[in-house]
Ligand binder design. Structure first.
Ligand SMILES: C[S@@+](CC[C@H](N)C(=O)[O-])C[C@H]1O[C@@H](n2cnc3c(N)ncnc32)[C@H](O)[C@@H]1O
Length: 243
């Protein structure tokens, strides 16, 4: 099951299925000087919250991509004039250089094929186009591999190792312009979850339907060892012939 389709998830995160709501979206729009002329892609658009925000606040019309038909239907109902496409991040049905900006808000950590997804984001971006990434990372990556033993569909199962992600982006042809820690947003979300569900394990039990309580507790324990944090990276596709 896609945990992001569960009502438990939306109850704690709101319309945006990520920590921090629109704070980092707003910061990225300003930093990258995006305007209504720009073509924007929202990779893993979920319920279409960012698409709605970009239109409402900036008159930017964005295209959404997701692999959940259920979430795409909700997104489309909320944004009837926007384009939504059912596709995977590692195989985007768009021409080269089609977008001035790609948002990946708490989605790269869920992608099965990160390298291919980065390649696709790079391909569909125009030269000097912006790649806005917000996501979860491990401050202590020692136990990171153990997380993959659990079958939960949650971004925290795919915590990034920040230096590795930066290296991959640079090798792919991106210039990293900004890297910021925003772990307080993840902490706020966890506090909210504990208030409404009693504990993180209880929350995992509800979103990981079918999993034993013991599995949820050991997932939570492994996660704690990794010391999860939240970051924002703003990167630019290098221009020029070899960019
Ligand atoms: C944490 S939610 C974030 C949704 C949205 N960006 C937001 O912040 O509200 C992750 C989203 O990525 C989607 N997703 C997961 N794997 C994907 C993939 N390989 N390709 C496209 N979308 C994917 C999920 O269905 C879900 O909607």
């Amino acid at each position: 099951m896609n945990a992001y389709e569960s009502c438990c998830m939306q109850e704690v995160t709101g319309e945006t299925l990520r920590p921090g709501g629109f704070e980092l979206t707003k910061k990225a729009v300003r930093f990258c000087s995006l305007d209504k002329e720009d073509n924007v892609l929202d990779l893993g658009c979920g319920r279409g919250a960012t698409i709605e925000y970009l239109w409402r606040e900036h008159l930017i019309r964005a295209t959404g991509v997701d692999l959940s038909q259920k979430l795409l239907k909700i997104a489309k109902e909320k944004n009837p004039l926007s384009k939504f496409v059912f596709a995977k991040g590692d195989s985007l049905p768009f021409d080269n250089n089609s977008f001035e900006c790609v948002f990946a808000e708490c989605t790269l950590s869920l992608m099965d094929h990160l390298q291919e997804t980065l390649k696709e984001a790079h391909r569909v971006l125009s030269n000097d186009g912006w790649f806005v990434i917000t996501d979860v990372y491990a401050k202590n990556p020692e136990a990171i591999d153990e997380l993959t033993n659990f079958s939960i569909t949650s971004c925290v199962r795919g915590l990034h190792q920040l230096p590795l992600l930066e290296e991959k982006l640079e090798k792919m042809g991106f210039e990293i312009i900004l890297v910021e820690d925003h772990s307080h947003f993840l902490k706020e979300l966890m506090v909210k979850i504990i208030f409404s569900h009693g504990s993180m394990s209880a929350f995992w039990s509800k979103t990981m339907s079918g999993e034993k309580t013991q599995t949820c507790c050991s997932f939570e324990k492994t996660l704690q060892q990794c010391k999860p944090g939240y970051f924002m990276i703003l990167a630019r596709k290098k221009g020029g012939k070899n960019g």
